[in-house]
Structures are given as C-alpha cells and as structure tokens.
Design a protein around this ligand. Structure first.
Ligand code: CNA
Length: 240
C-alpha cells in the first residue's frame, strides 16, 4: 500500500490534501469521534451543544470554560503528517491544504497555502467593534474575554449553526476540482458542509488515510487505515 501511495505521489503534480482532527492527534490534540475523543467524554452538555452559536450567545462563560480546557492546547508541535504535507508543498507537488482544524499546526509546520474551513483559535474578534485579538490575549484573560470597548470577544472559529466563509469554500472547491490527486486524511467526514467538498474531486487518485473507516472508503482508489503521520512521513521520505 505504501508503494502504491508513493507511486501516486511521484506521478502527481497538483495534489490537494483535505483533513481533519485526526491529523493532529499524533501531536497530542484529541479529536472528536475517536474512542478517546471529546465526544466520548462526559460533560454537562454534549460538545456539539457547547460548541454551537446559540450556546456561545446565551452561556459565554460556560462556553469559554470548555473552550479553554478542551480546544486550546499549550506547547503542541506539528507531527510527521504536517511536516510531510509542508514538504510536498515546498517541492511544488501539493497546491493546498484544506483543513477543518482550528489549531494552526499546518502553518507551524511551514505549509503556506492553508484553507481553514472552520477558522482558527489564533484569530479572535470583538463582536461589536471587530477589534482583533491574538490567542495569547485570550489565554491571558479569565472567564469571558472582553474587548477594550467592553463587548465580548469571539474566537474566529466556525461554531455549529454558523456558516462557513464563502471565499474559503469557493477556493477549496476550485483546488479540489482541479486536483490530479486528492488525499483525505484524519477526518470522519461527518461534519457538513465541509465533508461534501470532496465530492468535487473527479480524478482517479483519491487516497484515504484514516484510522477508522469512512463513508468515502468505497470510492477511494487507495484506503489506508493507519496513523497518518506514520504513513505520510514514510511516503514522503522517498523524495529526500
Ligand atoms: P472527527 O470527527 O473527530 O474524526 C477524526 C477522524 O480521524 C476519525 O475518523 C479517526 O478515526 C481519525 N484519526 C484519529 N487519529 C488519527 C491518526 N493519527 N491517523 C489517521 N486517522 C486518525 O474529526 P473531523 O475533523 O472529521 O470533524 C470535524 C470537526 C472536528 C471540525 O469542526 C474541527 O474543528 C474539529 N476539531 C478540530 C481539532 C483541531 O483543530 N485539532 C480538534 C478536535 C476537533
């Protein structure tokens, strides 16, 4: 399987990667749906409820408690998957990383063209005057972070019930539609509309690298159910 992946990478010049939380689990950030993911832990409300727009608007204190504890991670570093994708981009083979992650680890690994479908914890804005705040400001505050104007600051993260950025969607569709190879990795493909974007790939090099099975396995030209850091790390080593 690794050989086949290596051959596909060798032959492709317009690769696009589409990924999710599973890409960052090898960096120590839990995903949502694995057995040790956030959805299998117990909270007063289900994570989908806490991470929703209406919950944020009505219970910002509880939202921030969960968000600080479960969505903000200190001292995390990119893993072999992030590194391998950055290398493929530097070689000119990979054109875009489209991610559902909000952790900024692709950029930390050196990837330049990263399309963040669900935003980023690194950007935060006042809900009233739109003043921008970085992550360290959020981390330096307690309870509900507030702007100098007094209003609540919201992370630039797409919560359940909120729309995705049209421009990011449009660019993602263009990259996927033009790709000669699409690698899907570390995502359960359960969250829409993000997961629907992969339907725009019409080529014959659809690779899926995910620990568990997904709805796209049957149409993949190659499906590998192993840790993505190990797989991509080894696959990209051939070019060094
Ligand atoms: P998910 O639904 O939790 O699925 C993750 C998938 O990755 C599962 O199918 C796992 O089997 C698989 N997986 C876990 N570890 C690995 C690994 N090492 N190698 C290969 N596969 C692995 O997460 P999705 O991304 O599909 O769901 C979308 C949500 C999760 C987005 O809205 C994200 O914002 C949100 N999320 C992001 C982060 C992050 O930014 N790191 C963390 C947790 C959740």
């Amino acid at each position: 399987m690794l050989k086949k992946l290596q051959q596909m990478l060798e032959e492709s010049q317009n690769i696009v990667f589409f990924g999710g939380a599973g890409v960052s689990t090898e960096s120590g950030i839990p995903d949502f749906r694995s057995v040790d993911g956030l959805y299998h832990q117990r909270y007063q409300f289900p994570p989908e409820t806490i991470l929703s727009h209406s919950f944020f608007m009505t219970r910002p204190k509880e939202f921030y408690e969960f968000y600080r504890e479960k969505m903000l991670y200190q001292d995390v570093k990119p893993n072999k998957a992030h590194d391998a994708l950055a290398k493929l981009e530097a070689m000119g083979k990979l054109k875009a990383v489209i991610t559902q992650n909000i952790d900024g680890l692709h950029q930390a690994a050196g990837s330049k063209n990263v399309l963040e479908l669900h935003g980023s914890v690194y950007r935060n804005y006042c809900m009233d005057c739109s003043k921008a705040y970085d992550l360290s400001y959020i981390q330096s505050t307690r309870e509900i972070p507030r702007c100098t104007c007094g209003h609540i600051i919201k992370p630039d993260v797409v919560l359940y019930g909120e729309s995705l950025d049209d421009q990011v969607i449009g660019r993602s569709l263009a990259y996927i539609g033009n790709a000669d190879m699409l690698i899907i990795g570390g995502t359960s493909l359960n969250v829409y509309p993000a997961a629907g974007l992969i339907d725009y790939y019409l080529g014959d090099k659809l690779v899926l690298i995910n620990k568990s099975e997904t709805s796209a396995d049957r149409r993949a030209n190659l499906a590998i159910h192993e840790p993505i850091g190990t797989v991509l790390g080894k696959a990209v080593d051939q070019f060094l």
